[in-house]
Design a protein around this ligand. Structure first.
Ligand code: ZN
Length: 82
């Protein structure tokens, strides 16, 4: 006997994600394996070199969150991911 009384009140999407899975710099999904409940060794950040600049920015936000691939990787310029 299911009694689901769900309200359609426009719940924001960001509410469904844990804070640990959100990039502190851009607010997008950081694709962190640990946040997803997987082994940290399988995270994308283990296969790339995180930009020192990005690390500094993340530290400035005073959070323990991981960066997303777009913010964490060294870039020669901002590109539109489309
Ligand atoms: Zn980001």
């Amino acid at each position: 006997m299911a009694d689901l009384s769900m309200a359609h009140d426009g719940t924001p999407m960001s509410d469904s994600r844990p804070a640990a899975a959100i990039c502190p710099l851009c607010g997008n999904d950081n694709q962190c394996a640990i946040a997803a409940g997987k082994s940290g060794e399988s995270c994308w950040c283990q296969t790339v070199t995180i930009s020192p600049e990005a690390r500094a920015k993340a530290a400035d936000t005073a959070t323990e969150r991981c960066l997303c691939p777009a913010c964490g990787q060294p870039t020669g310029g901002v590109q539109n991911a489309g």
